[in-house]
Design a protein around this ligand. Structure first.
Ligand code: F6P
Length: 364
């Protein structure tokens, strides 16, 4: 193994820089192998200046930094890319160009650090001859085959701190505070932060809710003399029989932008209880800033393991965390079943036992 490349794709997650650093250091120290950084996800292969050498100096001091020194792109699917031809916008498959660039640059492996969407692209590139190695990242923690992705722990801590801060102001003003957290299809952040931050109502994509049950919970608290409530809602949560709320529609290239569910829930609470309800959308604060020790550690272990996997020629596979150990699994297997909150898991049972409402049934 003489030369490998690394790219980061999709939404950023705290810990990306720790992966890059671990890849560069492991490749140099253990394998005397050169590493190229690819700018802005797969887009880096399509322009003229998208690849550059990464050495020890380039990764010095980046371990505690959020974001990614490589840049990222979550609109950069090479199999469906929007380009302008003769003044018209068309969608083209430019994947072969990536393959050709990798051959020309004599890259032995391409380490792809990304979430569900980016790893799916890697899975499609593998059969056309791109030597991909996957590293799973996402704050949503929704990738199959791995117990955890880095970024999740940091996002969880930010969300929990927000819930703590909301408690004092909600209590002071006798309000209902509805906080919208990230989580397109998986409610891990909202469930875990909701438990850790003492939310009264937790709404997640896996459990469609009915507004009446939420009102029931808030009214019971009022009857018992507690005149404030905290509702934690995942951006992908929806009413039973209802649609996911989007702030921008998607198309064949762009995924829909979620957002707006908290406003809907808060409006209904105000209308039906006459209690003042306010909305906080935590948004990208959950993705920014310095990674927690857990995320730095996991990201570093993933990065080093990805280089070892590349050295073994384990293309088409991804590193993963299983029972506390780093293992390798095929991208095919990892992406076959997306990870979602098990609605019968102990965290849900615990929350129900504590009287937390999921908006799907009356609470005690
Ligand atoms: O997948 C991670 C995530 O943070 C989702 O929870 C969220 O819907 C999405 O990224 C937002 O992406 P963007 O920053 O592109 O709007």
């Amino acid at each position: 193994m003489k030369r490998i490349a690394i790219l980061t794709g999709g939404g950023d997650a705290p810990g990306l820089n720790a992966v890059i650093r671990a890849v560069v250091k492991t490749a140099a120290n253990q394998y005397n192998c050169e590493v190229m950084g690819v700018r802005d996800g797969f887009d880096g292969f399509l322009g003229d200046y998208g690849l550059f050498p990464l050495d020890a100096a380039a990764v010095r001091g980046i371990l505690p930094r959020g974001g990614t020194i490589l840049g990222s792109a979550n609109r950069g699917n090479p199999f469906a890319r929007k380009v302008i031809r003769a003044g018209r916008e068309v969608v083209e498959d430019v994947s072969q160009k990536i393959k050709d660039n990798i051959t020309d640059l004599k890259l032995d492996a391409l380490i792809v650090v990304g979430g569900d969407g980016t790893l799916r692209i890697a899975r499609e590139l593998f059969p056309i001859g791109v030597p991909v190695i996957g590293v799973p990242k996402t704050i949503d923690n929704d990738i199959g085959g791995t117990e955890c992705t880095f970024g999740f722990d940091t996002a969880l801590n930010v969300a929990t701190e927000a819930l703590d801060r909301l408690h004092s102001t909600a209590e002071a003003h006798h309000r209902v505070m509805v906080i919208e957290l990230m989580g397109r299809e998986a409610g891990f952040i909202t469930l875990t932060a909701g438990l850790a931050g003492g939310a009264d109502v937790i709404l997640i994509p896996e459990i469609p809710f009915t507004i009446e049950y939420i009102i029931d919970k808030i009214k019971k608290r009022t009857e018992r003399g507690t005149h404030f409530s905290i509702v934690a809602v995942a951006e992908g949560a929806r009413r039973k029989g209802g649609e996911i709320i989007v702030s921008r529609m998607g198309d064949e290239v762009y995924t829909p932008r979620l957002g707006g569910i908290a406003v809907r829930v808060a409006d209904e609470i105000t209308r039906l209880t006459k209690i003042e309800s306010r909305v906080i959308v935590l948004g990208h604060l959950q993705r920014g800033g310095t990674p927690t020790a857990f995320d730095r550690d996991l990201a570093t272990r993933f990065g080093a393991a990805a280089v070892r996997l590349a050295a073994e020629g384990g293309y088409g596979q991804m590193v993963a965390l299983q029972q506390g150990k780093i293992v390798n699994i095929s991208l095919e297997d990892a992406l076959a079943v997306p990870k979602r909150v098990d609605v019968n898991c102990d965290a849900i049972q615990t929350a129900r036992g504590l009287g937390i409402s999921f908006g799907d049934s009356p609470v005690i």
